[in-house]
Write a protein that binds this ligand. Sequence first.
Ligand SMILES: Nc1nc2c(ncn2[C@@H]2O[C@H](COP(=O)(O)OP(=O)(O)OP(=O)(O)O)[C@@H](O)[C@H]2O)c(=O)[nH]1
Ligand SMILES: [Mg+2]
Length: 182
Amino acid sequence: MASFFSSILQWFSGLFFSKHAEISVVGLQASGKTSFVNVIGSDQWSEEVVPTVAFNFRKIKKGNVLFKVWDVAGQPRYRSLWERYCSGVDAIVFIVDASDKEKFETARFELHNLLSQPTLQGVPLLVLGNKNDVPGHATVNELIKALQLDRIQGRPVSCYSCSMKSQHNLDIVLQWLAGRGH
Ligand SMILES: Nc1nc2c(ncn2[C@@H]2O[C@H](COP(=O)(O)OP(=O)(O)OP(=O)(O)O)[C@@H](O)[C@H]2O)c(=O)[nH]1
Ligand SMILES: [Mg+2]
């Protein structure tokens, strides 16, 4: 009976949204994950965002796509949660603070550690070099090198430079994510 109702619900939401995409947003603390969700979800930019505890879940409608977004906390004690929330999603968004080069080595380690999990085989990856409004931020090529993105195999990988503050490149980010929908 439950599956009957869930099929009806799916059919009904299909009338309004031609695509669904489930994404998980991970990355070190203060890289801008919650800012990303706030900006794409409700155009809300703020300098003062409370660090996430564990995770938040949000549904965001963009055009004819319904995004289901897991915003997972980045502080060290929460990083063991990342795998669980990335498992089975249509795309992993890994956000890096492109203006904080001292953290690149930790970001590289955590990213490759996450992608080595067998449960996440083949899941598409989008790396965002956020905070490109800050002078001296790393370029896409610098991020590819620092995070060793060229060594990642067996999944689609893209990397964009962007800013949640100025909303630079968020249109192409959303386009990429919509392309992972079904
Ligand atoms: N200059 C600038 N600051 C940003 C940008 N995006 C986020 N920030 C700031 O970075 C800080 C941290 O942002 P959050 O969105 O809370 O970071 P987070 O990745 O969710 O952090 P955790 O929840 O602790 O994992 C906040 O002060 C934001 O205002 C950006 O594009 N440019
Ligand atoms: Mg957060």
